[in-house]
Write a protein of this length. Structure first.
Length: 212
């Protein structure tokens, strides 16, 4: 998390860390090299591809932050390489706040959260809006899987830094897909028991109809 720490631990943040007794640990992180973007590893790539949504934060010209949820089928956020992720952005509520904010400041914060596995990944990056018609090869790469709807733009994010966050206080929740996967063996077992029960009932009925 060296690059992430160098971006997040501002002088004021460091002051609070010292006041709260966490300054020593934070200082060790700042002594690590942090002048270059951190490349994604297989762990981050797999985690991102497994999720069906994330939170994206931008900052407008007023200085106020704005957070938006982006969702789709698992894998709709594509890991292009160790430095970039991207997704096809579809039409929403027509406010265009995130898109507008990115015109004045390309810096973004991303929050990937997996409730089921109680895991979260935080990222800093620079986002770039790409018209889908301008890069047909990229559009084809992001076409599947993607969020349903008419694609309005492609969003490419160059990663600066990231941090695997503490799992504390993440409430375990499960999506419909996760529940279906987990309950599939139970449903199969119930079906087998129902068939077995029906066969036994049929045997008992035949035995009753033909007493020895």
């Amino acid at each position: 998390m060296s690059r992430y720490a160098h971006l997040a631990y501002t002088p004021t943040v460091r002051e609070v860390q010292h006041e709260m007794g966490s300054g020593i640990a934070a200082g060790r992180r700042l002594r690590e090299p942090g002048d270059r973007p951190e490349p994604l590893t297989g762990a981050e790539a797999s985690f991102i591809r497994s999720l069906d949504g994330f939170l994206l934060a931008t900052v407008g010209e007023t200085g106020w932050p704005y957070v938006q949820f982006r969702g789709g089928p698992p894998g709709f956020v594509h890991v292009l390489d160790e430095a970039r992720i991207a997704y096809a952005d579809v039409g929403g509520n027509r406010q265009f706040i995130t898109t507008g904010n990115l015109r004045s400041d390309d810096r973004v914060a991303l929050f990937f959260l997996d409730h089921a596995r109680q895991t979260r990944l935080k990222m800093f990056g620079h986002a770039r809006i790409v018209p889908a018609a301008d890069q047909p090869e990229l559009f084809a790469r992001l076409e599947s899987p993607r969020t349903e709807g008419r694609v309005e733009r492609l969003v490419v994010i160059e990663i600066e830094g990231y941090d695997w966050n503490c799992p504390r206080h993440i409430t375990p929740r499960f999506s419909e897909r996760e529940l279906d996967d987990a309950l599939a063996p139970v449903r199969e077992r119930m079906s087998a028991l129902e068939r077995e029960n029906a066969e036994l009932r049929a045997r008992l009925a035949r035995a009753g109809a033909n007493p020895a």
